[in-house]
Design a binder for this molecule. Structure first.
Ligand SMILES: Nc1ncnc2c1ncn2[C@@H]1O[C@H](COP(=O)(O)OP(=O)(O)OP(=O)(O)O)[C@@H](O)[C@H]1O
Length: 794
C-alpha cells in the first residue's frame, strides 16, 4: 500500500453511497468500483501445507463458540484490493468468499468548519522576517536563511565524500540523490550547466568560419574574455561553496565532539539560517544524539523534521524515515537542506531506480532514506543494510499509526496502516540492529502515546510534548447549506479554501454542485490520475484555483501558506472504514501472540503479457515459468492474461520470484507486460488448532475496535452538537464561531484516556448511528471470518 492515495481513500471509495438524507448536492451515483473483482481469496483445502516454524508459543485462545448463523445483512461492497494467499509449494487458489455488508446510510448533514485565522505557524510567513523577495525582512533581520539556501552545497556524507558533480545544489528542489540511470542528462536539474562554457566554445568555433578575419579576432577575443570571466566566476563560486562546505563540516565535527547548545546552534545557523531552535527541537536532537529513543509530539508545522535532519548529519549511519505516503516522502526530500543527501524507496519507482538507490545507500551516499512502513515486509529491503551501510536512527513519522490500542490508528482512517502496527522496536532491533528510534506525531491521545511508546520501547521519561493545538485557528460549526456558507462571510473573503469529504464520490458531487452554482472548484482524490492531481495541486498552490473539494489524499505534504479556510463537509470518522476489516484481521493474525500467517508486500496480481522475441512455445520449452503462464493464461487479442499468485503457486515459487523472473524476461526484451489489481498476499505460518476459538477471539477484538470507533464518533458529534445547541457563548464564542469551546473540547479529549465515557445523552438525542445494530455488524464479521479461516476444514 505504498501509495499516495487517500491511504484508505481507495478503500473508502469502495464503500456504498451512504447518505440517507443527502445534503445539498444531487444524490450520489452508482459506485463505479462496486463491481470490481475485489474478493478475498482463500483455499482452505491447502491449509495443511508445509508451514513455517511458529513464531511464539501458542497461547490458550478463548473458549470455543459455535459458528454464528449467517448474517441477513446485505453484501459488503467489494474491496479495491484483494487478499490472496500465496503458497510456496502448493498449486492453485480456488475458493472465493465474498464479504457481507454493513448497514449503509450513515450520513451527516452537519458540516464543521475550520478557518485559519493567520497564515501559518511557520516563521517565514511572518512579514517581519526575511523572504526571498524581501531578504532583509521588514525589521531588517539579516536573511541568512535565504542567502545560505542559495549558496548551500551538498554534503553527501561527512564521512563519505562524493565526486564534485554530486555536490551541487538541486535548484530549490531539495537535495535528493538524482538517479541518472540512462546517463540521460536531460533528466537532471543541473543539466548542461557545467558544459555551458564548453558548448559556448564549440558554437564560437563553428561560427568563426563565417566571420572575416578582423571580426573573427575581435569577436574571438571578446568571447575568450567572456569565457575567462565565466571561468573565474565559476572558480570563485566553487571556492565559496567549498568554503561553506568546510564550515559545515567543521560545525558537524564540533557537534560530534560536544553536542552543546552552542555547537548545535552554529550548525543550525549554517545549514538552515535560523537564529534559534524552536520549543522542543533542541531537547529532541540532544536525546537522539545521546541514542535515547524519543517520542516527539509537536504541532503541525512546528519543525519536527529538523529534529531528525540535524542528527542525520552527525550520526555515522543512515537515518531511515518511515513515512505513510509517497507524496509526503517526496515533499520531505524536497525540504531537506542541500547538505543532507536523501533518497526514497517506493513501489512507484522503476526497478532500475530502486537498484541505483540501493547502490547509493550501500556506498554511504545517502544519509536520509524515506520508506513506507510496507517496506519492512520486504526481506530484500531488510538485507540492504550491512555492517558498512548501517542504520543509526529510525524515525517514525505519523507515529500514532503504530498504536493498536483500541485501534486509535484504525479510527484515524486516513492514517490507518496495518503495516505501521508491525513497527515494533523488537523488529527494528532484531532485523536492522537499530539503536535509536525517534517517533514523531502532531496529535495523539494519552493512551495512544503510551501505546506507541510501548511498541517502540520508548521510556515514558523520553516524551517531549508541546502544545498540540495551534492557536491561530478559528473553529466553527454550522448547519447551513454549503452553498450558502460559501457565499457568505468569511468564506467570500478568503483566498484559498479546501473542502474535505470522506468519499471520492462526494468530492465529485460537491464540486459539480458548486460549479453549477457558479463557484469554480476542482475535485481531488486518489481516483484521479496522478498527473491531473499534481496539476490541480499546482493550480491551487499558485492561486489559480480557489477551492478544492478533496478527500484526505489532498493536503499531506501540501505546503501552501495562505489556505484561508478548511471545511470538513462530513463529520470526521465513520463506520464505513469497516471495509478495512479484512486487512485488519490479517494483520492481527500476523502480529498476534501466535503468528498464523505472514503478509507479503502488496502486489498487482493480474498480468497482461506480450511476447516479442522468441515465440511463446519456444520460450516455454526453455522456461518453466513461461510454460506455466501459457497453461494458466487466458488469451485476449493476442495477449496472455494470468494471475501471478496462481502461476507462483503452480511452480512452487513466491509471487516475488515470479515478479522478478518477469522483470528479467522484460529486460532481455522477450516480453512486455502490465500489472493491475492490487492484492495483499500471505503465506500460512501456523494452522490454528481451534478455528472457533480464534474466530471468537478476533470477534471480541474487533468488537472493541468498533465500540471504540463509535465512542470516538460520538465524541466528535458531541463536540459539534455542544457548540451548536448547548454553548452559551460565554467565553468568546459568537455566532457559528466556536473556537474557545471547540478548543477546550479537543484539548480535554487529547489529555484524556481515550474518553471511553463519552456522554450517551447526546448520542441518544441526536446521534445518527445509534440505530445501527452492531450485532448485525458483528455477525457479518464473524461469518466472514469463518469463511476466511476455512469452514471447510471444520
Ligand atoms: N528553529 C526554527 N526556526 C525557524 N523556522 C524553523 C525552525 N525549525 C523549523 N522551521 C521551519 O518550520 C517549517 C515547518 O517545519 P516542518 O515541516 O519540519 O514542521 P513539522 O512539524 O514536520 O510539520 P508537519 O507536522 O506538517 O510535518 C519549515 O519551513 C522549517 O524550515
Amino acid at each position: 500500500m505504498e501509495t499516495d492515495s487517500d491511504s484508505g481513500g481507495s478503500h473508502i471509495s469502495a464503500t456504498p453511497p451512504r447518505c440517507q438524507n443527502p445534503p445539498s448536492p444531487p444524490p450520489p451515483q452508482t459506485n463505479t468500483l462496486s463491481s470490481s473483482n475485489s474478493k478475498v481469496r482463500v483455499n482452505p483445502s491447502h491449509l495443511s501445507e508445509t508451514k513455517k516454524p511458529t513464531k511464539s508459543k501458542p497461547s490458550q485462545p478463548a473458549p470455543p463458540t459455535p459458528p454464528p448463523p449467517p448474517s441477513d445483512s446485505t453484501p459488503l461492497p467489494t474491496l479495491p484490493f484483494q487478499i490472496r494467499r500465496s503458497f510456496s509449494q502448493n498449486p492453485s487458489i480456488s475458493a472465493f468468499n465474498s464479504l457481507e455488508t454493513l448497514p449503509a446510510g450513515f450520513c451527516s448533514r452537519l458540516a464543521s468548519f475550520t478557518k485559519i485565522q493567520k497564515p501559518s505557524l511557520r516563521f517565514e510567513n511572518d512579514q517581519s522576517l526575511p523572504t526571498p523577495s524581501n531578504p532583509q525582512g521588514i525589521n531588517g533581520i539579516k536573511s541568512d536563511a535565504f542567502a545560505k539556501k542559495k549558496k548551500q552545497i551538498n554534503l553527501v556524507s561527512v564521512d563519505v565524500p562524493l565526486p564534485p558533480a554530486k555536490l551541487r545544489k538541486c535548484n530549490g528542489e531539495g537535495n535528493f540523490v538524482r538517479l541518472n540511470l540512462n546517463n540521460n542528462k536531460r533528466k537532471f536539474a543541473n543539466k548542461g550547466k557545467r558544459n555551458k562554457s564548453f558548448r559556448g566554445k564549440l558554437s564560437y568555433r563553428r561560427s568563426k568560419k563565417k566571420l572575416n578575419k578582423n571580426e573573427t579576432e575581435s569577436k574571438g577575443a571578446e568571447d575568450e574574455y567572456g569565457l575567462i570571466i565565466e571561468n573565474l566566476e565559476q572558480n570563485q563560486k566553487n571556492r565559496r561553496a567549498a568554503g561553506e562546505l568546510e564550515l559545515v563540516e567543521d560545525a558537524v565535527r564540533a557537534v560530534k565532539d560536544e553536542a552543546s547548545n552552542e555547537n548545535l546552534g552554529r550548525l543550525l545557523r549554517l545549514v538552515y539560517g535560523y537564529d534559534s531552535f524552536r520549543d522542543g527541537q533542541l531537547e529532541a536532537i540532544k536525546m537522539v544524539l545521546d541514542k535515547k529513543s524519543t517520542m516527539l509530539v509537536l504541532p503541525t508545522g512546528a519543525g519536527k523534521s529538523l529534529c531528525y535532519q540535524i542528527p542525520a548529519m552527525i550520526l555515522p549511519g543512515l537515518t531511515l524515515v518511515v513515512c505513510p505516503l509517497v507524496a509526503l516522502m517526496i515533499d520531505q526530500l524536497r525540504h531537506l537542506p542541500p547538505v543532507i543527501h536523501g533518497g526514497f524507496l517506493s513501489s512507484s519507482q522503476r526497478p532500475e531506480e530502486v537498484a541505483e538507490t540501493i547502490r547509493l545507500i550501500q556506498v554511504g551516499a545517502i544519509k536520509v532514506l524515506f520508506v513506507s512502513p510496507e517496506r519492512f515486509l520486504n526481506a530484500d529491503f531488510l538485507s540492504i543494510f550491512t555492517a558498512t551501510s548501517f542504520i543509526s536512527l529510525v524515525v517514525v513519522d505519523e507515529a500514532h499509526c503504530v498504536s493498536e490500542c483500541k485501534s486509535e490508528s484504525i479510527n484515524r482512517s486516513h492514517n490507518f496502516r496495518p503495516s505501521y502496527m508491525r513497527l515494533r522496536a523488537s523488529l527494528l532491533r532484531a532485523r536492522l540492529n537499530v539503536e535509536c528510534i525517534l517517533a514523531m506525531t502532531a496529535t495523539a491521545t494519552t493512551t495512544t502515546l503510551r501505546d506507541v511508546m510501548s511498541a517502540l520501547e520508548i521510556p515514558l521519561s523520553n516524551l517531549i510534548q508541546k502544545a498540540q493545538l495551534r492557536d491561530n485557528l478559528q473553529l466553527s460549526v454550522s448547519l447551513s447549506d454549503l452553498l450558502m456558507l460559501m457565499k457568505s462571510s468569511p468564506f467570500t473573503e478568503v483566498q484559498s479554501i479546501i473542502i474535505y469529504c470522506k468519499f471520492q464520490f462526494e468530492t465529485d458531487l460537491i464540486s459539480r454542485y458548486l460549479c453549477d452554482n457558479s463557484i469554480s472548484v476542482k475535485s481531488y482524490h486518489s481516483g484521479i490520475p496522478a498527473k491531473d492531481r499534481s496539476r490541480i495541486q499546482e493550480l491551487f498552490c499558485s492561486n489559480k484555483i480557489r477551492v478544492v473539494v478533496a478527500t484526505v489524499a489532498f493536503g499531506m505534504g501540501l505546503d501552501k501558506r495562505d489556505v484561508g479556510a478548511v471545511i470538513h463537509y462530513s463529520l470526521p470518522e465513520s463506520l464505513e472504514e469497516y471495509v478495512q476489516v479484512m486487512l485488519t484481521l490479517l494483520t492481527c493474525l500476523e502480529l498476534g501472540e501466535i503468528q498464523y500467517l505472514q503478509l507479503l508486500p502488496e502486489l498487482n496480481v493480474t498480468c497482461t503479457l506480450n511476447f516479442h522475441k522468441t515465440t511463446p512455445t519456444l520460450l516455454a520449452d526453455k522456461d518453466k515459468m513461461v510454460a506455466t503462464i501459457l497453461k494458466k493464461s487466458e488469451t485476449k487479442q493476442g495477449q496472455y492474461v494470468f494471475d501471478i499468485p496462481t502461476v507462483a503457486n503452480s511452480i512452487g515459487a513466491t509471487t516475488i520470484d515470479v515478479s522478478n523472473q518477469l522483470l528479467n524476461l522484460k529486460m532481455r526484451g522477450e516480453i512486455t507486460y502490465e500489472l493491475k489489481d492490487p492484492a495483499y498476499c500471505y503465506t500460512i505460518v501456523e494452522v490454528p488448532s481451534d478455528f472457533c476459538a480464534l474466530s471468537a477471539h478476533l470477534t471480541k477484538w474487533l468488537s472493541e475496535v468498533e465500540n471504540c470507533k463509535v465512542r470516538k464518533l460520538d465524541r466528535m458529534f458531541h463536540a459539534a452538537v455542544f457548540a451548536v445547541d448547548v454553548c452559551e457563548k460565554m467565553h468568546g464564542c459568537n455566532g457559528s464561531l466556536h473556537t474557545p469551546c471547540l478548543q477546550k473540547n479537543t484539548l480535554d479529549y487529547f489529555r484524556g484516556d481515550d474518553n471511553c465515557d463519552v456522554p450517551n445523552k447526546i448520542g441518544q438525542s441526536r446521534g445518527r448511528y445509534v440505530q445501527i445494530n452492531f450485532q448485525v455488524v458483528m455477525e457479518a464479521a464473524k461469518a466472514e471470518l469463518l469463511n476466511f479461516a476455512g469452514k471447510d476444514v471444520l
